[in-house]
Write a protein that binds this ligand. Structure first.
Ligand SMILES: *Cc1c(COP(=O)(O)O)cnc(C)c1O
Length: 493
């Protein structure tokens, strides 16, 4: 299996190891596989009996053909270990009737980014060997909170990789700051900057583009790499849990082999929902892909009108991982629907004018598979409260946006198929807002909200967040946004 850029019609010639190491294609496009491998009913039947790591190795081996099945199985077994994913890697929990929550947050940082970031570093480590790379990869991350911690946990103590995370000193929550500053591992570094998230991100981009920095790194035996969510190494592992969810539905007798189901995904960068679309292209019987957005509802508008227009207000919401106006992975859907030439033109228009429109026939194809809904802040809080009061299910702010979208979809269509709703974060990760929605009053402080939520709902704080305030702080460095390169060089010694 070879990979090519979404923006080029040249023949595919990159191996999976190359694209995982490189991240973005040379022309600025995203890497896509040249063809989609299929998934037969017989394989699905066999996978029903498999553990999650085996299901993962089987799916990944269809795409990463330059990795052996044994390598993938070893990596998946280590990544989705029961000690890191307490309660299972991707368990299905029934909320009510045909609403099934696919809980993707049982990993070491209590958010769904772990599903990809626990496995991708192992794939990168092998990619260095497979591509004959002799240097060590230095992963630089700018984070507004969740990605940084998940990347640190994923890359810690991984061979031939070091990671450094920058975050805005006053731009992350107290829980997020503690999660990062108490990080352990022999190859990790965390640095706060005086500035906002954009400053951190621009700083990292400048370092990536700086030829002198690249030379200084090379002299020390390093090269830059990124853990960005458009990397194929982050996308491929996300296909697995949709297949796994179907196996679990079959095992539970909730559907028969071949019966269709819908999925509903709280969406930001369009990575998670695009992985579901790939599962569908492989042959998994997914009927509709319901795309759920918060007040930053640019995707809802796109799926309705065919025009993607980022010239609009940006809102900070209680589901911050979905506060995004450029959903990068949408480019992959455009490629599979309209081809590389049109995709390159859309992306060019987006860059120049912040807007593009797709043709009616392209939109008709997209609408066969996708439908979009959104929930504003009031509706999100109301959904958290009602889901808890009626069904005893405690949803985080992102998951609540998806539950609201699923409710709207059923009310509008009357569709009675099972709906697999992605639950992307533990409610404790956003305890402040979840407690406020459930209790009707604010907790004393952000940290107090964790205990208050636990006492009120009689649920346990997940291990990644328990006792956070008592852990040893290992990183306290704060630098000016102009001093980021110096901080990188200092770290490497
Ligand atoms: C990243 C994230 C999302 C959005 O996922 P995309 O793949 O970017 O669409 C949703 N919820 C949570 C909790 C996240 O961390």
């Amino acid at each position: 299996m070879f990979y090519k850029s979404t923006r080029s019609n040249e023949k595919a010639r990159n191996t999976a190891a190359q694209v995982i190491k490189q991240g973005l294609a040379d022309d600025g496009g995203l890497f896509v596989p040249e063809s989609i491998p299929s998934l037969t009913a017989k394989e699905l039947e066999e996978m029903c009996k498999d553990s999650y790591p085996v299901r993962a190795a089987r799916i990944l081996s269809k795409f990463l053909t330059d990795y052996t099945y044994e390598e993938l199985l070893a990596d998946c077994t280590a990544a989705y270990d029961e000690k890191s994913f307490v309660g299972g890697a991707a368990p299905l929990r029934n909320i009510h009737d045909n609403f099934e929550c696919l809980e993707l947050w049982h990993g070491p940082t209590a958010a769904f980014k772990d599903m990809a970031l626990q496995i991708m570093p192992r794939l990168l480590s092998r990619a260095l060997v497979k591509t004959g790379e002799e240097r060590t990869a230095l992963i630089l991350v700018a984070t507004s909170g969740d990605t940084g911690k998940a990347a640190l946990e994923g890359y810690k103590d991984v061979d031939r990789v070091k990671i450094m995370v920058f975050y805005p000193v006053d731009g992350v929550s107290r829980v997020q700051k503690l999660q990062m500053s108490t990080q352990t591992g022999s190859n990790v570094n965390v640095c706060a900057i005086r500035g906002n998230f954009d400053d951190a991100q621009n700083g990292v981009k400048e370092i990536f583009a700086d030829a002198e920095m690249a030379k200084a790194l090379n002299d020390k035996g390093y090269f830059f790499s990124s853990a960005n969510s458009i990397n194929w190494g982050r996308l491929a592992p996300q296909i697995v849990y949709y297949v796994s969810a179907y196996c679990d539905l079959l095992n539970a007798g909730k559907c028969k082999m071949g019966d269709a189901f819908n999925v509903c995904v709280p969406t930001g960068n369009f990575g998670n929902i695009f992985a579901a679309y790939l599962a569908k292209l492989m042959g998994l019987p997914i009927a509709k892909l319901i795309c759920a957005s918060n007040s930053n509802n640019i995707l809802t508008d796109f799926l309705k009108t065919g025009t993607y227009d980022r010239n609009r207000d940006f809102y900070l919401t209680m589901s911050p991982s979905m506060d995004i106006l450029i959903s990068s992975n949408l480019e992959r859907l455009l490629y599979f629907t309209a081809g590389s030439e049109k995709t390159a033109a859309y992306m060019d228009a987006l860059k120049k004018n912040g807007v593009y429109s797709v043709e009616d026939d392209v939109m008709a194809k997209i609408k066969e598979n996708f439908i979009g809904y959104y929930a504003d802040e009031k509706e999100t809080a109301k959904t958290i409260r009602e889901t808890y009061d009626r069904y005893g299910y405690l949803a985080d702010t992102h998951t609540a946006v998806a539950i609201s979208a699923a409710n709207q979809y059923v009310a509008e269509t009357g569709d009675a198929l099972p709906i697999v709703i992605d639950s992307t974060a533990s409610p404790y990760k956003f305890a402040n807002d979840v407690y406020l929605a459930v209790a009707g009053e604010a907790a004393e402080s952000e940290l107090a909200a964790l205990d208050a939520l636990s006492a009120r709902t009689n649920t346990e704080i997940p291990y990644p967040l328990a006792g956070l305030a008592n852990r040893q702080v290992n990183f306290t460095k704060v630098v000016d946004k102009t001093e980021m390169s110096a901080a990188v060089l200092e770290y490497l010694g």
